[in-house]
Write a protein that binds this ligand. Structure first.
Ligand code: SF4
Ligand code: SF4
Length: 429
């Protein structure tokens, strides 16, 4: 079986196909700290792509409430359990070695456990009936896209759990958070690896993963093999479907929004009320799969330089391309399990953001156009305080975003401007 390099794991891993990479990769950063769980993103996707008969339970974008929620129900706990069983059978552990951290090639250290691909080979052999360890959820598991909505674990420390201790940083004892989920357009997709019909492909121009509906025969192997459960079977057509990354928008083919043909963000990103999402296209070294160094691309900065945004369950091994800024109030052990060993650093950086990070954070949801480059114009110091016993200052810098053509599409200051209207415009109601 060929081996490929997975930078999120810091090592080579088994994958059923030879290493091959697109020129650009669809990617995004979601700031979980800001999400209000309004589901506007969910409905923006549904009303665009999956409103037809037979797609009732298809939520290509869903926002679930952790720790209990999941769509399909308990998808991640089930996967973790399957992997845990696989490790126990082999007498090994799904452990990370963060001491082997080394630049962009091993930013989080080395994952020493088995991925879903390696666990499948161990269990069933290289020509076994499945190439990615997984399962097919039962019908009842797809019944509610946000089951356990806003449900926190019980806190026994005080009556009703409302004591100061229960909700004090760094870790709240009563907690939940919203996890926004779309297809990760993985570098090494589990759905693609599992498909016996070779009906799933990754586009060279933007890394978007699509299902060729004319080749699909509805075997549901993609549903089984996607660890994130983002490939979905449609009974009315008897083929599978999944998020298409709003590819006409990425191609700049919307004549109303982009008459100049520049790429624009997907519907779920553009509609986000909480301003938690920032989408991008990152340039990829076709031979190695590395992200081409691009210091002024906001995604490159957040993921590779500041490392404040992390992949979801990197240990599954698909190298997902949606990155999360972890919620700062959640127990760290939970965050490490979900986002890997970079979780502690990411939270600390978000709690006391660098001057550059604070400016880049303003770009979230400032324009529908994909920002390829930013510049910062320094402003005055406007605030001083102490965070975690260390001095921290805020500067009113201006951040400017540019689209693919190099045209300015966003200009924001760190301090939100206040406009005072003349009294004659006061509302009379
Ligand atoms: S998230 Fe799932 S459906 Fe999407 S590319 Fe990865 S494996 Fe395939
Ligand atoms: S629209 Fe934004 S804030 Fe609302 S649920 Fe979706 S990701 Fe969260």
């Amino acid at each position: 079986m060929p081996t490929v390099y997975n930078w999120q794991l810091g090592r080579k891993m088994h994958y059923p196909y030879e290493e091959r990479h697109p020129r650009w990769q669809f990617a995004a950063v979601f700031n979980t700290n800001r999400c209000i769980g309004c589901q506007t993103c969910t409905m923006a996707c549904k009303s665009t792509w999956t409103f037809s008969k037979g797609q009732e339970y298809m939520w290509w974008n869903n926002v679930e409430s952790k720790p209990y929620g999941g769509y399909p129900q308990f998808w991640d706990m089930k996967l973790l359990h399957l992997l845990d069983e696989a490790h126990q059978r082999e007498g090994t552990e799904a452990a990370w070695d963060p001491s082997q951290k080394d630049g962009a090639q091993r930013p989080y250290g080395v994952f020493e456990g088995m991925t879903i691909f390696e666990a499948a080979v161990k269990r069933y052999g290289p020509e076994g009936h499945t190439r990615a360890l997984g399962y097919i959820p039962g019908d009842e598991e797809w019944r509610a896209p946000n089951i356990f909505e806003d449900t926190a674990p019980p806190y026994e420390g005080d009556r009703m759990g409302f004591s100061k201790e229960g909700v004090s940083l760094p870790e709240h004892k009563t907690w939940f958070f919203h996890l926004q989920r779309i297809c990760n357009h993985c570098t090494y997709p589990g759905c693609l690896a599992a498909c016996p019909r070779k009906a799933i492909y990754k586009r060279q121009e933007d890394g978007v993963v699509l299902i060729d509906q004319s080749r699909c025969r509805g075997y549901k192997k993609c549903v089984e093999g996607c660890p994130y459960k983002k490939a979905m079977y449609r009974g009315t057509t008897r083929v599978s479907e999944k998020c298409v990354a709003c590819y006409p928008r990425i191609e700049g083919k919307d004549p109303h929004i982009t008459p100049d043909g520049v790429p624009i963000e997907t519907r779920c990103m553009a509609a986000c009320v909480g301003k938690i999402r920032l989408q991008g296209l990152v340039k990829i070294e076709e031979k190695t799969g590395d992200w081409t160094e691009d210091r002024r691309n906001p995604l490159y900065f957040l993921v590779k330089v500041e490392k404040v945004a992390l992949p979801l369950y990197p240990q599954f091994g698909t190298e997902p391309n949606i990155y999360y800024m972890p919620p700062r109030w959640v127990p760290r052990a939970y965050l490490r399990q979900m986002f890997g060993p970079g979780a502690d650093d990411a939270v600390n950086k978000y709690m006391a953001p660098s001057r550059e990070l604070l400016a880049v954070l303003q770009l979230f949801r400032s324009t529908q156009k994909i920002i390829f480059r930013y510049e910062i114009v320094e402003g005055k110091k406007v605030f001083e305080t102490e965070i975690n016993g260390k001095p921290w200052s805020m500067y009113n810098d201006t951040v400017i975003g540019f689209d693919k053509n190099g045209t300015e599409v966003a200009r924001l200051t760190v301090e939100e401007p206040v406009y005072t209207r003349p009294a004659k415009h006061l509302n009379s109601i």
